[in-house]
Write a protein that binds this ligand. Structure first.
Ligand SMILES: Nc1ncnc2c1ncn2[C@@H]1O[C@H](COP(=O)(O)OP(=O)(O)OP(=O)(O)O)[C@@H](O)[C@H]1O
Ligand SMILES: [Mg+2]
Length: 451
């Protein structure tokens, strides 16, 4: 049967497929993200049975002991579960200029085998400037300025590296694919070729990819299912702290974070970052409250700031830094419905200090508290923390690992914790430090009694 090619459209942000072009992706809500792809039409009725492959019994496969390779950057090694696993594919994503190439060079500096560094974006001279700044001396790092995938793999075949670094996947192309470098098809095809080449040869591949804060035009997102480990850099370019988060890890825990400081000598790991995101104010200010979130395995005390103002330029604006805008919209809707506070004609700005992106839903209560505090222009005690998830009916849901969160409060001088009344079932009063007073609430309405 003759195969027919047909046109499809793929969202560059999340990989959503559609038969016609759309201005806004219905899945990830990004505008102008659809690109045209040619899709082979394979007949569904004609199943072409080929020579069978032989399956093997799981119980008969020999166990292998993984020897992880340490990079010497202990924060990075810990983040990925204790070092690099042989033949793994590691995606390193982040916004432009955040420090991806810097970290990559620092990681490979301490490796003992040959590293092939594919420089698709910068000239060897530019990379040398960075290498000098980082004082790199490893003679086994070989630079290759090439962007055609088959030439890259051919070179690798000759020099037999144990690590390949692709900087970045958006600049690499496969001449068999029609679209331009950076297009989602190219990104996917090149990554697949790298995987097919590297896995049987036990080569570790690092893939650097650009990704914006909102995930726009972010080819790397569609590689997440393909790679073994996906790491994303977070943080503001305007401050020196960079947070590296593991989003996926086949060989270790996920949602762990490592914190680095960008210095003139490169990225410096920060081991004790527990109070880096906490402002430790002396005086209380309206629109500010604290919470403790669990990032990876660690509790972190953070400050949540909100600013609520009259909207004078037409539509009220909602701006969120550190949480998703949809989360902020839900919290605003719950406040309006259950606390009787109207925000329809108000601009609402929410900011998590330190450039951290928070996924832990236990932060909801503190976000609501900061917003209400700003609306009322009344400050709440700097020595209190609000921990709990908000439900749509206004109920406060229990958060996990409360004892760790209380300990974090105690260490930082917070002596009042406002938590869900469901949480009290999860721990014994005697477990809690005498220094902390626990207040339980069942509904968001009860926040109003703190003013
Ligand atoms: N001399 C310096 N002192 C301190 N920080 C520096 C210095 N030079 C560069 N930087 C930092 O390094 C960052 C650039 O790092 P790097 O080139 O590794 O980022 P990148 O994520 O690879 O960027 P790109 O997206 O352009 O590839 C700059 O944004 C700056 O913060
Ligand atoms: Mg770079």
């Amino acid at each position: 049967m003759v195969k027919k090619n047909k046109i499809k459209y793929l969202c560059n942000g999340c990989g959503y497929e559609t038969n016609k072009w759309l201005g806004k992706c219905p899945q990830c809500n990004i505008y102008n993200s659809f690109v045209e792809i040619i899709d082979e039409d394979i007949s569904k009725t004609n199943i072409n049975l080929k020579e069978p492959s032989a399956p093997i019994k799981l119980t008969e496969i020999d166990s292998v002991k993984i020897t992880r390779q340490k990079t010497g950057i202990s924060e990075f090694d810990e983040l990925i579960g204790g070092g690099i696993v042989p033949s793994s594919l590691i995606l390193l994503g982040g916004s432009p200029g955040i420090g991806k190439s810097t970290l990559m060079l620092q990681i490979i500096e301490n490796l003992s085998d040959i590293v092939l560094y594919i420089a698709g974006e910068e000239s060897p001279e530019q990379i040398k400037i960075r290498a000098d700044r980082l004082k790199l001396k490893n003679p086994k790092i070989l630079l290759l300025q090439e962007i055609e995938i088959s030439k890259i793999l051919n070179t690798a075949e000759k020099i037999k590296p144990s690590v390949i670094v692709i900087d970045s996947i958006q600049t690499i192309y496969d001449s068999a694919v029609q679209s331009a470098p950076g297009n989602i098809n190219q990104v996917r095809e090149c990554a697949l070729k790298l995987m097919e080449y590297a896995k049987p040869r036990n080569i570790v591949v690092f893939i650097i990819g650009h990704i914006t804060k909102t995930g726009e035009f972010a080819g790397p997102r569609v590689l997440e299912h393909l790679v073994d480990t996906a790491l994303y850099f977070e943080g503001e370019k305007t401050n020196d702290f960079r947070i590296l988060k593991s989003i996926k890890n086949r060989f270790g825990a996920t949602n762990e974070i490592a914190v680095f400081e960008m210095t003139d000598k490169g990225l410096r790991g920060i081991n004790n970052y527990s109070n880096l995101f906490y402002f430790n104010r002396k005086d209380k200010v309206a629109g500010v409250s604290n919470s403790v979130v669990i990032e990876g395995s660690r509790p972190l005390l953070i400050e949540i700031q909100a600013l609520v103002n009259s909207a004078i330029y037409g539509n009220a604006r909602r701006v969120a830094r550190g949480i998703s805008i949809s989360r902020l919209s839900v919290i605003i809707a719950v406040i309006e419905k259950h606390c009787g506070i109207s925000l329809i004609d108000k601009d609402v700005f929410v900011n998590i200090t330190g450039g951290l992106d928070i996924d832990d839903p236990a932060i909801d209560l503190a976000i609501a508290m900061s917003i209400i505090s700003s609306v009322k222009d009344r400050a709440i005690s700097v020595r209190s923390a609000f921990i709990g998830e908000l439900g749509l009916t206004g109920e406060i849901r229990a958060a996990a690992r409360m004892l760790d969160r209380f300990n974090e409060c105690r260490k930082n001088g917070i002596d009042n914790c406002i938590v869900s009344d469901q949480n009290i079932l999860n721990f014994e009063k005697s477990d809690i430090s005498q220094n902390i007073k626990i207040h339980t609430i069942g509904n968001i309405k009860e926040l109003l009694k703190y003013f």
